[in-house]
Write a protein that binds this ligand. Structure first.
Ligand code: APR
Length: 239
């Protein structure tokens, strides 16, 4: 791998592929979530307005699945937590994933740009209470009394991802950008590699197979995340 100064800030972007070997489904693989349910039915503001019970049932199933004791962080999550601890230049981990496997592995400087499955959000006051049980159309916000409707704290198609100002600022000053386990289908995340390159950063893709934007990266390694991510972190820290 090309030289990276050890004081260079690193930005990592992760997607569903990093959690696949922990037992969670990706979205666009043959056995992915969008092969069994339509985005328009469960992951848009219009779907929630039309049929909140259906949308909440979809996320209730995913939330209880995430809380199954068999679902645990894998070696790729653990390696990224190690990188955050040991890399002198600092690491910002940006994830499109709504699971909490990065936190459980020990990552702390982490931004969930598509929200978090283990939080609800009040559509009236914006409170984001921790939420580990099922949501129902009549679930109400404790922060604004009995009036506020709660929705999953998930960014749906057509909504603005979270932390964008901070993420673009980090991309502008990073020395290394690494994209892991994402198909590069969904913007704005799919555009981060171009931002980082424009700012002069080295760019690396780690994925099971070349993503949609694979040619935009200077370096790449393809294989299961539990193998290629720990190996990449080891190489980076040993240099
Ligand atoms: N190791 C590494 N990569 C893997 C593995 C694995 N074990 N298994 C699958 N992958 C790769 C796939 O090859 C694919 O390129 O992970 C990628 C997953 O792509 P998607 O299913 O499209 O998931 P993601 O890119 O995270 O989706 C982005 O789309 O629907 C939305 O909001 C949702 O955050 C999500 C966004």
């Amino acid at each position: 791998m090309t030289a990276i100064e050890r004081d260079a800030p690193v930005v990592i972007l992760t997607g569903a592929g990093i959690s696949k070997e922990s037992g969670l489904h990706t979205f666009r693989d043959a056995d992915g979530i969008w092969a069994t349910v339509r985005i328009e039915d469960v992951a848009t503001p219009a779907a929630f307005a039309r049929d909140p019970a259906r949308v909440q049932a979809f996320y209730n199933t995913r939330r209880s699945g995430l809380l199954d004791p068999a679902i645990r962080p894998n070696a790729a999550h653990v390696a990224l937590a190690r990188l955050e601890r040991d890399w002198p230049g600092g690491v910002l981990l940006v994830t499109q994933n709504i699971d909490d496997l990065h936190e459980r592995a020990g990552s702390r400087n982490l931004r969930h740009m598509h929200g978090e499955l283990l939080k609800a959000r009040c559509v009236d006051c914006g409170a984001e209470p921790a939420w580990r049980v099922d949501l129902a159309p009549d679930s109400r916000c404790a922060d604004c009394g009995s009036t506020g409707t709660l929705r999953p704290h998930v960014v749906w198609f057509g909504e603005m991802p979270l932390f964008m100002v901070e993420i673009y600022a980090a991309l502008k000053r990073c020395g290394l950008f690494v994209s892991i386990g994402t198909s590069g289908n969904v913007y704005p995340a799919a555009g981060f590699v171009a931002e980082a390159r424009a700012a002069g950063a080295r760019t690396v893709e780690l994925n099971l197979e070349p993503s949609q934007g694979a040619t935009l990266f200077e370096e790449s390694d393809y294989g299961p995340a539990t193998e290629i991510v720990p190996a990449f972190v080891e190489r980076l820290l040993r240099r």
